[in-house]
Design a protein around this ligand. Structure first.
Ligand SMILES: *Cc1c(COP(=O)(O)O)cnc(C)c1O
Length: 387
């Protein structure tokens, strides 16, 4: 071989005696085949195998296998974002004429996908109120094919009776899915309760550092997995191995991070609750909606909770937010930084409730020293409640 060829073709070296604790980052578009027959029959390869970089390299297979174990499932699909994961689930189940029933407390862009994408293509949707349990029966129509849950609900944190909803759905041959981003499979295992699609935004706790977008869906059925992968293939979805390797790194510390922020969030949620002048929404608090179900089904809480801002404090909000030193103002959560975001849910609720028109503060507890977090919250509430 001449130099130009040698420059292109990497030598094969031995990896004998080499073992690292980190997962190698395998980047690839092209995957080569051992002979022409292997190439000709590549379309028959199992979905766990390799045929083209778009469908995954060994780096992705490691994350799939690791999430499958944590979820207690059969297979996991990695998707470029949490929102894309929701969309892919819906597209894999729903055809023109079908209906999806979605929690009104679901991540608002998921409802936006129903309204602005599915409905234009002849797939209808309606919402159900949080905490309805077996009452879901009333909301089911003849063409309902999927029930989409989120627990706790976005911003208002209501816990769903997942086993009750699954039981009704199974009796009617309706598939169920859940957005389990708040709990992660460390704190709640949807598949153990019979849910068909367990989805999480890896963007939050699994990646854990506010610098990655990614989603996952875990199932207990190979046909459901094939349905998801078929949609992804049609849409040409691919998740970069470099990003996946950062999620694999984040996962190693996730249990510790979750235990810590769950404890600290519990402490501050209780402290704010004890003030007695504002409503705190956090499933671990006995006063919070669905606390008993949370206690029954979850093994802990993560570090995100909400505070309903009393109307009288609204004029002080901007000044109080701008004075914070530890908390940054921003959406997304589950990273190392404490975050606060004022949320307005009025456009995203169908069931009337006094808090729908209030500003709700979504608070993400990070990994800063709890004393600094506490001092910042004290200052915040002092400024908020000032006359
Ligand atoms: C962030 C989030 C999503 C979307 O995840 P992205 O990766 O940002 O698209 C979905 N559901 C919940 C509950 C989330 O918090």
């Amino acid at each position: 071989m001449r130099d130009a060829t040698k420059a292109v073709h990497h030598p094969i070296i031995s990896t004998e005696g080499y073992a690292a604790l980190s997962v190698p980052t395998h980047r690839a578009s092209t995957i080569v085949f051992e002979d022409s027959d292997a190439y000709a029959t590549r379309g028959q390869r199992d979905l766990d195998n390799y045929s083209y970089g778009m469908h995954g390299t060994p780096t992705q297979r490691v994350l799939e296998a690791q999430l499958t174990e944590l979820e207690g499932g059969l297979r996991t699909v990695i998707i470029p974002s949490g929102q894309a994961a929701i969309a892919i689930i819906f597209l894999s189940v729903l055809k023109t004429g079908d209906h999806v029933l979605i929690a009104e407390t679901a991540y608002p862009p998921a409802i936006g996908f129903c309204r602005n994408f599915l409905e234009l293509r002849g797939i209808s949707f309606s919402t159900y109120p949080p905490g309805i349990g077996a009452g879901i029966e009333e909301y089911i129509t003849d063409n309902t094919k999927l029930i989409w849950m989120e627990s706790p609900g976005s911003t208002t944190m209501e816990v769903e009776d997942v086993p009750a909803i699954v039981s009704v759905a199974r009796g009617r041959n309706i598939l169920t899915g859940i957005d389990n981003t708040w709990a992660t499979p460390l704190l709640f295992k949807p598949l153990a309760h019979g849910v068909d699609f367990s989805m999480q935004a890896l963007t939050k706790y699994p990646s854990g550092h506010s610098d990655i977008l990614m989603g996952s869906v875990t199932v207990n059925d190979l046909d459901l997995r094939k349905g998801l992968r078929d949609q992804m293939r049609m849409l040409g979805m691919h998740t970069a191995p470099d990003a996946i390797s950062l999620v694999l790194r984040g996962l190693e510390t996730m249990a510790l991070r979750l235990t810590h922020v769950g404890k600290i969030a519990g402490k501050f949620a209780a402290q704010i609750n004890e003030r007695g002048d504002c409503e705190v929404l956090f499933p671990a608090l006995p006063e919070s909606p669905g606390h008993d179900i949370w206690k029954r089904d979850f093994s802990g809480s993560s570090g995100l909770f909400s505070v309903v801002l009393p109307e009288a404090w609204e004029p002080n909000l901007d000044q109080a937010l701008d004075a914070m030193q530890v908390f940054a103002i921003g959406a997304s959560w589950g990273g190392t930084h404490s975050l606060i975001a004022p949320m307005n849910i009025s456009a995203n609720r169908d069931t009337p409730h006094a808090r729908n028109d209030r500003i709700i503060l979504r608070i993400n507890i990070g990994l800063e020293d709890p004393a600094d977090i506490g001092a910042d919250l004290d200052l915040f509430f002092q400024l908020l409640s000032a006359d």
